[in-house]
Design a protein around this ligand. Structure first.
Ligand code: SER
Length: 314
């Protein structure tokens, strides 16, 4: 069957890069991008203005474009979410419920839902967090992702919808900027290093968080979506990780590559969010079920980030 893809929320940090990878793989016109706003850069392929709260618009594009795979990325992230909990709940939850309902009614063959390390909370074991464990998130974003995972599993069991999900850690890429997240510092630090040689970090020096390089995150997403259905044994969200580090550790690595780089610390409300999450993740279920394996560690990620980002900024 001809793969016809719809990405909802394609202007975001992951959507921008995922769209390009999917277009390279399946062809430019096979991937319909959509977001609530026009993309900042001229869209390189089909683009539709769609609000995920507008079910009619989602249904219409799926029918008109013969869509058989949907990547539902539209959401407000953790830090932004705390500033407007009810809007976050509405977009993250109602948006997902709309997409689940439409995909199941229109018999869309595969749906991707991004979950997050934000499903973990203070009662979750912090080190090598297991796949199945206590989940009591403390942010509205985390609550929406946990409820979202449960709805995905429900639609799979009850209606046979082939929905797949990853719990992304902080995603670090040179192509796009994250917006409104707690792990955003790990992208901003590279921009600071190259633009001014300094970065003022909003987390404390020793705050360890799980992260992944963009190339690995995109590859994991596409590998998960391409795996045969019987390999996907978890229909909530798969634990996923590439590396874990603290702001002090990434700063040390950047110092080796950018002469004179300095970092200072001014923690804000995001510190509390970060402290409620895990420090490292056990992603052995993803490895065992569909062959996940990361390629980038901290050192390799920093080297490539600085090389590619300096090219882009130039
Ligand atoms: N990167 C996200 C955030 O910080 C976590 O999923 O909100």
């Amino acid at each position: 069957m001809n793969t016809r893809i719809l990405i909802l929320g394609s202007n975001g940090q992951i959507g921008t890069v995922l769209a390009e990878s999917l277009r390279t793989k399946y062809g430019r016109d096979q991937v319909i991008c959509s977001d609530i706003r026009e993309p900042k850069l001229q869209a390189d392929g089909p683009f539709r203005l769609i609000d995920v709260l507008d079910s009619k618009a989602i249904e219409q594009v799926i029918q008109e474009e013969n869509i058989n795979q949907v990547y539902h990325l539209a959401a407000l992230l953790s830090a932004r979410g705390e500033q407007n909990p009810s809007l976050t709940w509405q977009i993250n939850m109602q948006g997902l419920l709309n997409v689940l309902d439409i995909c199941s009614r229109l018999k869309v063959s595969r749906l991707f839902f991004p979950s997050s390390i934000a499903v973990y909370g203070p009662t979750t074991p912090k080190q090598l967090t297991p796949q199945f464990t206590s989940l009591q998130p403390s942010t509205v974003y985390g609550i929406s992702k946990l409820a979202g995972e449960m709805w995905c599993e429900y639609y799979h069991h009850r209606y046979g919808l082939d929905v797949r999900s990853l719990r992304y850690p902080g995603v670090i890429g040179w192509q796009s900027l994250p917006e409104g997240g707690t792990t955003d510092y790990a992208v901003e630090i590279f921009h600071g290093a190259l633009k001014s040689g300094h970065y003022k970090c909003f987390l404390k020096a020793g705050t360890r968080l799980p992260m992944i390089y963009m190339d690995d995150a995109i590859r994991a997403t596409i590998e998960l979506m391409e795996a045969p259905s019987d390999k996907i044994r978890i229909r909530t969200g798969y634990n996923l990780v590439g590396m874990s580090f603290t702001p002090a550790e990434i700063a040390e690595e950047i110092k080796k590559l950018v002469d004179g780089f300095t970092i200072s610390y001014e923690p804000d409300f995001r510190q509390q969010i970060a402290e409620s999450w895990s420090e490292s993740i056990d992603d052995s279920s993803a490895r065992a079920d569909w062959g996940w394996s990361p390629r980038y560690d901290l050192k390799e990620m920093c080297r490539e980030m600085l090389e590619k980002l300096s090219g882009k900024l130039a």
